[in-house]
Design a binder for this molecule. Structure first.
Ligand code: ZN
Length: 270
């Protein structure tokens, strides 16, 4: 929900410029993301985040505190800091923007008391727009004149409006890359649901090997001829199939054993 005050303070002109510089797929994602229409937390199987297992909506993706998601966020924000340096950004603006970005993950964190006085109005304006607004390309109009002053103080001919639209481009990509990272986890064995399946199947494999070589049916012994570690590093689907097959062979062996015992008994009685 964008308040009328925040709407007036948002640099829409630069956002339009930044959007036109993005690939069509990212433009589409940004538009959907702003209205919460991203494909998260609504799969047929689970509404849980694939990284941490918590309930997931589109706001959760950059906020996820799972170690992998946190590492991705730290890496992306560090890259943004380096990018800001290459764009001759006022160091105080750089630190304040990165400080505001921390508010995406922990809204209680950024406090105006820790911001240089000359940046306080821009900081408060950005707070009114919202931390999440940073990842959706909604930057306060107050940053442009501040960067312009810095460039002038250095005698730079760089354009502050170009700086803003390029910054918006980077901020939108930051949110997009977090979403891509979430999707990569969703389809990997780091997925929290798949991790549980992986743990269960590994327990099953261990118990098969722990039974030891004695008294095993010949067919199962052949299955266990591989090294335990080799069985454990196979892809999840292969491990599950392997375990199912070994369990089926055990069952088959039990049935055959029962049948042969009962036929021996029958012979004895007749
Ligand atoms: Zn999560």
């Amino acid at each position: 929900m964008i308040t009328p005050e925040a709407e007036l303070e948002t640099n829409w002109t630069s956002l339009a410029r930044a959007m036109s510089s993005l690939l069509a797929g990212v433009q589409c994602w940004t538009t959907k993301h702003v209205v919460g229409m991203c494909g998260v937390g609504n799969s047929a199987d689970s509404a849980a985040c694939p990284c941490c297992g918590d309930f997931e909506d589109h706001l959760h993706v950059p906020r996820c505190t799972a170690p992998l998601a946190s590492a991705e966020w730290d890496c992306r924000t560090a890259s943004l800091g380096q990018w800001l340096d290459t764009q001759v950004t006022d160091p105080a603006i750089k630190h304040t923007l990165l400080y505001l970005l921390q508010g995406v993950r922990d809204p209680s964190l950024p406090r105006s008391q820790l911001v240089p006085v000359r940046l306080c109005q821009a900081f408060l304006s950005q707070q009114r727009i919202g931390y999440q607004g940073l990842l959706e390309g909604r930057l306060s109009v107050q940053w442009t004149p501040l960067q312009e002053q810095y460039l002038q103080s250095r005698g730079s001919q760089r354009s502050p409006t170009l700086w803003v639209s390029r910054l918006l481009h980077q901020l939108i990509l930051l949110g997009f890359h977090m979403w891509e990272h979430r999707n990569s986890v969703q389809h990997s064995e780091d997925n929290v649901q798949l991790r549980e399946r992986s743990r269960l199947v590994n327990d099953g494999i261990h118990s098969q090997f722990d039974k030891g070589p004695t008294d095993l049916p010949k067919v199962v012994r052949r299955m266990l001829a591989v090294k335990r570690q080799t069985a454990l590093i196979k892809p999840l689907v292969n491990r599950e199939e392997w375990l199912k097959l070994v369990a089926a062979l055990w069952r088959l062996n039990a049935v055959l054993f029962t049948a042969s015992s009962s036929s021996s008994s029958s012979y004895y009685y007749y």
